[in-house]
Design a protein around this ligand. Structure first.
Ligand code: SAJ
Length: 438
């Protein structure tokens, strides 16, 4: 049997030993799902604290239950380590490491490069390497395939390489790793076949495509689609604000169209590790083809300016009570980047917090899911969330809903806050003079 046939047999008989590099919100659900589907799995992360929490049976990812981690570790189906050496025994490696942006909005692929450098040390003939990190078209060919072939391997013969975009929607109760269709594109048909075989035993619906670049572009189209449509509705919100039209009513009514429309909603900006960043990977790569992605740049500009629009809206609302921003006591409800999750990355609420501080306003916040954060401009200072109750609400000049967590008691808040600016239509069921909306 050749390498491909040998690996295919191990995969189909669930004898293959699967490694996952990067145990964050993408890698940990994948590793646990692979183990639950009967594979032996090696989870690797360079963060010692993640590894020790997992060894103690604790999940730090909102979509992964601690009892699943405990069960898989106890059954010795999931081994976790900071050491890459175990890859020498592995048959496949899925790379699920971050792909952030540098300050200059250029892609930071250092985590991919670091992972590939470690994998190189333990690579052996017949392995399948699948990159999952969101990145620009060409990354898998250039930074994984080409790099590993420098060791003398030949992709499609004694080395197999593919790209499969992660599609994790943190906090989504319906679509999780096992039931979200998974796109898969290999360097060669044999690479695609092997990647489809292993993931096909873990995820219910696999979508093979013709190449790694196609698979990389699928993800960027998905997320650019979201960024551009969110920017469209944010710009419509600015126009409706000026025309004194209720944008939320307009969207809800437009959403009754049973075809050809998909609702997006305005907000204080966009956060998370994907939508604000991924499209910039594409526009960066496009420029090397002398192509300027105007939609991506425009969407980034509109979405990026929403926190400043909210500051101007706050000033306008305070003005109705003859208050100015400087010295005003303002309470932000919700600090994470979207409802019902605990992630603060790129959160627009955080940016609004800092912008309001610059005006001289006195800012507090409430968020049970994000109880504290390190102040990014006063190194080491920890900002703590306050407990929300009726009395404390009365002491603020303005309460701003920045993240519409389900746990907020909107009726109690509306009854006790003197003035509210709702950036998420969380108070949609409550009509009151003192509640203003974007
Ligand atoms: N947002 C709006 N208006 C909207 C939708 C979202 O302002 O109509 C804001 C959210 O509040 C958030 C940001 O945009 O701050 C991103 O929202 P998101 O729902 O796209 O959240 P993510 O980044 O956690 O997850 C997305 C996935 N979301 C959905 O498909 C619903 C999906 O695009 C990707 O699987 C994932 O990013 C990823 O990892 O790429």
């Amino acid at each position: 049997m050749n390498h491909k046939e040998k690996l295919l047999k191990k995969i189909l008989e669930k004898e293959a030993y699967l490694a996952v590099v990067g145990l964050g919100y993408v890698g940990l659900p994948l590793a646990v799902e692979m183990a639950k589907k009967g594979y032996r799995v090696l989870g690797i992360d360079i963060d010692e604290s993640k590894v020790s929490r997992l060894l103690q049976g604790e999940s730090y990812v909102i979509d992964v239950k601690s009892e699943d981690v405990q069960d898989m570790v106890a059954a010795e189906r999931l081994t976790v380590s900071t050491d890459f050496a175990g890859i020498s025994q592995a048959d496949t490696v899925s790379i699920c490491v971050p792909t952030p942006l540098r300050k200059t909005k250029d892609p930071d692929i250092s985590y991919i490069n670091a992972s590939v450098s470690e994998i190189k040390k333990f690579l052996h003939p017949g392995m399948l390497i699948v990159l999952e990190s969101t990145t620009y078209p060409g990354t898998t060919d250039e930074l994984v395939k080409n790099e590993l072939e420098l060791l003398g391997y030949k992709a499609g013969e004694d080395l197999f390489v593919a790209f499969s975009p992660e599609r994790v929607d943190p906090g989504n109760q319906i679509y999780q790793t096992h039931n979200t269709p998974k796109v898969m594109g290999g360097v060669t048909p044999a690479c695609t076949e092997l990647a489809v075989a292993v993931y096909g035993n873990v995820v219910s619906n696999i979508v093979p495509v013709s190449s790694t670049r196609s698979a990389e572009m699928v993800k960027l189209l998905e997320n650019t689609f979201r960024s551009v449509n969110i920017a469209l509705v944010n710009e419509m919100a600015l126009l409706c604000d000026r025309m004194k039209i209720d944008i939320w009513e307009v969207i809800d009514a437009a959403a009754t169209k049973p075809f050809g429309f998909m609702p997006f909603y305005p907000g204080p900006g966009i956060g998370g590790h994907c939508i604000p960043l991924d499209p910039m990977y594409l526009s960066w790569k496009a420029k090397t083809f002398d192509f300027y992605n105007r939609f991506i740049e425009l969407a980034s500009d509109i979405n990026g300016n929403m926190p400043r629009f909210v500051v101007s809206k706050i000033s306008e609302v305070l003005n109705t009570r003859k208050k100015c921003l400087n010295g005003a006591k303002i309470l932000l409800l919700g600090m994470s980047y979207k409802k019902d999750i605990d992630d603060l990355r790129e959160s627009p609420a955080l940016e609004l917090f800092y912008l309001l501080e610059e005006t001289g306003a006195v800012i507090d916040y409430c968020d049970e899911l994000a109880p504290s954060f390190e102040h990014e401009r006063r190194h080491g200072e920890i900002v703590k969330a306050l407990d929300l109750d009726a009395d404390m609400l009365k002491s603020y000049d303005l309460v701003v809903l920045t993240t519409d967590h389900s746990y907020f008691d909107y009726t109690m808040i509306a009854a006790n806050a003197g003035l509210i600016l709702d950036c998420r239509n969380g108070f949609k069921k409550i009509k009151a003079e003192h509640i203003y909306k974007l």
